[in-house]
Design a protein around this ligand. Sequence first.
Ligand SMILES: [Zn+2]
Ligand SMILES: [Zn+2]
Length: 320
Amino acid sequence: MIQLGNGILIEMDGCSFRFDPKRVLPDEISMISHAHSDHLPSSFKQMSAICSPVTRDMIKARRNKEIAICSDDRVTELEAGHIAGSRMFLVDGETSVLYTGDFCTREKEQTKAAKPRKCDILITEATYGKPQYVFPDHDEIMSIARDWLRDIVGKDGCAVLYAYPLGKSQELSAYLKDLPLVLHPAIAENNRILQKHGYDLVQKEYDGHGTKPPFVYITSGMGKDAARVQSLKKHGAKTAAFSGWALDRGFMYQSGVDEAFPISDHCGFDELIEFVRRCSPQKVFTNHGFSKEFAMHVRRSLGIQAQPLVARQRTLDHFC
Ligand SMILES: [Zn+2]
Ligand SMILES: [Zn+2]
């Protein structure tokens, strides 16, 4: 049985396996794929889960909960290539189920690529599950961004880069480390946590009085920081966004930025299709983003049964 609601529940071999639960429950095997807030639990009735040490430490920082990492013979953790510490989970029971969480098959500065695994059932995210979302070469886009920033910094200017505090910010921290980077405190805190796990990332925080141009400020630009960014813009700072949605026409205009770079921590459409093909499952469930559209493309182009996960019970037997 597979069920959406409080993450995704699989019942198999008389056991409850739950992916990315909102509530970690006793008598279940809980697996937490990564530390983005839409995947993190908010309540813990049991203080153990299968996750990476990075995710465990991020749970401590974000939720103030100390959880123990546990394991199960039937569960294999696999690199998800999404952000630091992200994992996919392969559950091998009466049938084999691969859950991708958010994942990316492109190798990046800070994360290795996710690799496909043969499975009977594949539960995949479909954030960019429409054919128009095909990402250009990661290194090429990053080097265009770096040239643009070098030019600004070379003229004693400053730039504000909008990026998620966990994921894109570390990628930028690593790739642009030869530039005068300053970080939002939340990003610096994440970099400090990751330092303990062997990541070599800058940690210098932006200081309103002490930080003088030239500099490159990485921030989400959200909350209180919006006013700070407005003031920097008034003083001539250039702005750039790093997002997969930059492939959309109109993204730059809607975001009000000077430049937009199509950098993503997810697979593009072509990579999603290739991943499914190489996992060669009998059945695919899609989740997140363009899940309906992507399921249709899997059926049409690969001839594999596929459907979006919806919040009601389904029986695996129907599909195996
Ligand atoms: Zn994520
Ligand atoms: Zn997500």
